[in-house]
Design a binder for this molecule. Structure first.
Ligand SMILES: Nc1ncnc2c1ncn2[C@@H]1O[C@H](COP(=O)(O)OP(=O)(O)OP(=O)(O)O)[C@@H](O)[C@H]1O
Ligand SMILES: CC(C)(CO)[C@@H](O)C(=O)NCCC(=O)O
Length: 419
């Protein structure tokens, strides 16, 4: 995973490697998962400002203020930035935070209580596992937020605040979904990370973790690495593009002599048994093309997750299923497989939807949880624009990111106020 093995940052407004002045950066939040660390922070930017109607005004301090609980706060303009790192290379994350001076930024208006000095919001299992490492290396206290709370907080925030966040994907067609804020709940949130969590979401902070499966993104990457000798997740995904799963999967037609099993709606092309052909042929792993193995594996795991998701949606009578987590990576074949599985099993009743900021739900939830504090809370007042550039960070170099990977080249322009 050359160039991507280090931190990957989206849309560096300052041109990339230059660290922003410390007081321009704040509200750093982390989601430290089993495979990836996701990092989100706000950078203040006075080079543009936007009024309530979305009109831009010239550089300078904003005259706008917002009233909240009888208090008056100045509105600040800037961007929410996203970055990710491999958890196994946590030191690169530490170095990124250090080199970009992310931890000194921040407290604009109030002095934080002494106990909270140098504290940042963090979620995911790594917030526990790496607490000492962050403390020893950066002097940083990880203020732990529950990972499911954060997933739901992040998903609700994105669905309500970001235009064109959710979309369907079927037969190569991507269609953005208009979210009706008054008719968002209930929905099923399926987060496909290393493992998979399924949550029934009924409102802000109102949810239940209804299911999960250990066959998730970690399974795809782990098994795929062993079977194909791929060196990176992106390479494995790329391989799967070129593969043909029918070489390894046993299809209904293979069993039925080329015919459909139409009595039960099973077309001859339906997979009857993932990897099923590998038992009947006198072949070793080396005799299969890694492309075909990668394709079968991706199909097997996506299908399985789609099916379990459908069953859980059925359990609770949910029609909308939103999929997040970095397993998806905006990858057409993955989304198509999940969509077809949901469509097939629900007979078109349930809809699979995907999120543009799929992998950052937890980190955004942790970021939004600053708002809950009664000091130094950050309230996103308005999301203004969506700008894409093709920049990624590795050490102090900028690389261009993978084409089509929405999460690798974005930050969100926004106005905020701090309470
Ligand atoms: N660059 C990458 N390197 C490794 N895995 C990747 C990469 N990009 C996407 N993935 C996939 O994303 C998965 C991790 O997704 P995500 O970051 O959402 O979960 P996590 O937070 O690490 O896991 P968990 O929530 O289970 O602790 C990996 O298991 C892999 O399938
Ligand atoms: C353990 C977590 C929550 C860690 O993020 C995740 O990897 C997961 O949901 N795994 C699936 C566990 C299960 O429900 O079988």
């Amino acid at each position: 995973m050359e160039g991507r093995s280090s931190g990957i940052e989206r849309n560096l407004e300052d041109g990339g490697s230059k660290a922003l002045a410390p007081d321009e950066i704040s509200h750093l939040a982390l989601d430290i998962g089993g495979t990836l660390i996701k990092l989100v922070y706000f950078s203040r930017n006075d080079s543009w400002s936007v009024d309530d109607k979305g009109a831009k005004s010239p550089k300078g301090d904003s005259p706008l203020r917002v009233s909240c609980s009888n208090l008056d706060y100045p509105i600040l303009y800037g961007r929410i930035h996203f970055a990710k790192f491999e958890t196994s290379k946590v030191n690169e994350c530490l170095e990124f935070i250090r080199s970009k001076k992310l931890l000194h930024g921040g407290r604009w208006h109030h002095e934080a209580p002494v106990s909270d000095k140098n504290g940042i919001k963090a979620t995911g299992g790594g917030a526990y596992k790496f607490a000492d490492l962050f403390k020893e290396n950066l002097g940083l206290n990880l203020d732990k937020e529950d990972e499911m709370d954060c997933l739901v907080g992040g998903a609700n925030f994105l669905l309500k605040a970001v235009h064109h966040e959710a979309f369907t994907y079927m037969d190569g067609q991507k269609e953005f979904v208009q979210i009706d804020h008054n008719d968002l709940y209930p929905y099923l949130l399926v987060n496909i990370g290393s493992g998979v969590s399924m949550l029934k979401v009924d409102g802000d902070g109102k949810f239940e973790r209804v299911s999960g499966t250990n066959v998730g993104g970690g399974t795809f990457w782990g098994l795929g690495r062993l079977l194909t000798k791929c060196k990176s997740f992106d390479e494995l995904l790329q391989l799967s593009h070129q593969g043909n799963n029918r070489v390894i999967d046993m299809l209904v037609g293979d069993i039925y002599g080329g015919m459909d099993y139409s009595k039960f709606g099973l077309a001859s092309t339906t997979i009857a048994s993932s990897f099923g052909k590998a038992i009947s042929e006198n072949k070793e792993l080396e005799d299969y093309r890694p492309e075909d193995v990668a394709r079968s594996l991706l199909r097997m795991i996506s299908n399985n997750i789609g099916q379990i998701s459908y069953l859980n949606a059925l359990r609770f009578g949910l029609k909308r299923i939103f999929f997040g987590g970095f397993f998806i990576r905006g990858h057409a074949y993955t989304m198509d497989t999940i969509s077809v599985a949901v469509h097939f099993w629900s007979k078109g009743e349930a809809k699979a939807m995907f999120l543009r900021h799929e992998g950052f739900l937890g980190a955004l939830g942790a970021f939004m949880s600053y708002e809950k504090n009664n000091y130094d809370g950050l309230v996103v007042h308005q999301l203004v624009e969506q700008v894409s550039t093709s920049a990624s960070y590795s050490g102090d170099k900028i690389h261009s990111s993978l084409a089509g990977d929405l999460n690798d080249n974005e930050s969100i322009g926004c106005s905020v106020y701090t309470t």
